[in-house]
Design a protein around this ligand. Structure first.
Ligand code: FAD
Length: 382
């Protein structure tokens, strides 16, 4: 699938003469970077291995409806909402998500289940969880990608320099296109095979470790007496989120629950198969719900690079890494902490670094020489 804006002949000519930048990864770091690059007068092309946009902040279609299967809510990224609107008057694909503190309050609002909590104990507080994509997280990624050239199902296996340009290779061979700059918006373990041309960036990312995480997607015809979002301490389950409690999600039945295992538990069960993990997490979910839950949909999913343990050390708290000698950058949660808001900022900072790097090269301004004995290479002053 290729997303491309409709453009007239004059703008095609202009676009072809713009500096071409390859962005690998269509998560929120890569998409934010590509959007900011096009605003800065570059022509980005995004390559994505998967058949969907959004990476770890996306959604999965199932026979019982759509689940957000990675990030559940976004905090601290006000500019994302403005990027998610294409035309004046269009509704934004991102809305605040508030959750009643108790399931009983939700029930009263919807009048669709029998109250199971003592009226006197009802807490009427609404908690603001953050913002969510509407009607799904993937919609938000699609809104970001709409004006961009994104190549889905296109894994990049190799990146090498020819002269001052970048050439890319996928499973079917090399692409007949070259790029003036390359951005890797990927977790460090996935970026490493594409970093051969930059020793400083290789050094910077070598020490970056990611933690894995199991999640369970569960459907239930019978309402589960838990609030739409809850975190747990000292349990195999770290948190649960109900899709039906998010804004703009059609249908309350069957209920769709996202269940995220705790970090330690995920590590202990890293090599278990999905069926075993699903059974164990279901048992624990029932314990939290205080009763048996009979699922009509159950699927455990393992995220091998879910959260960064410790991002790359960067000078001056930079939000991205940039090697100006080879016009190669890295953004996303290899460099910042694992939240959608932070990787969005990282992508935007990356675009600024790339645009400044390309501009100074075109003007033949010799940037301060890279001290290749020190790593990592610095992101230009932003
Ligand atoms: C279970 C879970 C729950 C989370 N919950 C929250 C939350 O509630 N709030 C929050 O803010 N954050 C949350 N996070 C963290 C957040 O989702 C991530 O930090 C963020 O989405 C990372 O974005 P990214 O663009 O850096 O990377 P990614 O989203 O991982 O994007 C990288 C993309 O690159 C693609 N790719 C990989 N290799 C290649 C290749 N060789 N060629 C082409 N494409 C490639 C991948 O398919 C992927 O789409 C959660 C993460 C997980 C896993």
């Amino acid at each position: 699938m290729t997303h491309q804006c409709s453009i007239d002949a004059a703008s095609i000519w202009t676009r072809q003469s713009l500096p071409r930048v390859a962005v690998i990864g269509a998560g929120f770091a890569g998409l934010s970077c590509a959007r900011a690059l096009s605003q800065r007068g570059c022509n980005p092309v995004v390559f994505e291995a998967d058949d969907r946009l959004g990476g770890r902040c996306s959604s999965r279609s199932t026979p019982i409806g759509v689940f957000d299967d990675g990030a559940q809510c976004i905090n601290g990224a006000p500019r994302l909402a403005t990027l998610a609107v294409q035309r004046p008057g269009e509704l934004v694909a991102m809305h605040p998500w508030t959750v009643p503190a108790t399931p009983a309050e939700e029930a009263r609002d919807r009048k669709d289940w029998k109250l199971e909590v003592d009226e006197a104990n009802v807490d009427r507080t609404l908690n603001l969880m953050g913002s969510v994509g509407v009607p799904s997280m993937q919609t938000l990624a699609e809104a970001l990608a709409e004006p961009l050239d994104v190549r889905l199902r296109t894994p990049i296996l190799q990146a090498r320099r020819r002269g001052s340009n970048w050439l890319l290779r996928g499973p079917a061979g090399g692409f007949d296109e070259d790029f003036q700059a390359l951005v890797l918006a990927l977790p460090a373990p996935q970026a490493m095979p594409l970093l051969h041309e930059s020793a400083p960036l290789t050094d910077a990312l070598r020490a970056v470790r990611f933690r894995s995480r199991w999640v369970l997607l569960l459907g239930s015809e019978r309402p589960v007496p838990l609030p739409g979002y809850r975190e747990f301490q000292g349990s195999p389950i770290e948190r649960v989120a109900a899709m039906h409690s998010k804004p703009g999600r059609p249908g309350f039945r069957p209920q769709r629950w996202f269940i995220e295992a705790d970090e330690r538990w995920s590590l202990q069960h890293e090599h278990d198969d999905a069926e075993t993990v699903a059974d164990l997490l279901l048992e624990n979910f029932c314990a939290h719900a205080g009763r048996k839950v009979t699922p009509n949909y159950l699927r455990a999913h393992h995220w091998p690079h879910a959260f960064v343990e410790k991002p790359a050390t960067t000078p001056r708290h930079s939000q991205c890494l940039w090697d100006g000698d080879v016009q190669l950058g890295v953004c996303g949660d290899s460099v910042v902490t694992s939240t959608v808001g932070r990787v969005h900022d990282s992508g935007v900072a990356m675009a600024r670094a790339v645009a400044e790097g390309l501009t100074s090269r075109r003007r033949s301004i010799v940037a301060a020489p890279l001290d290749r004995s020190r790593s990592p290479q610095l992101e230009p002053q932003l």
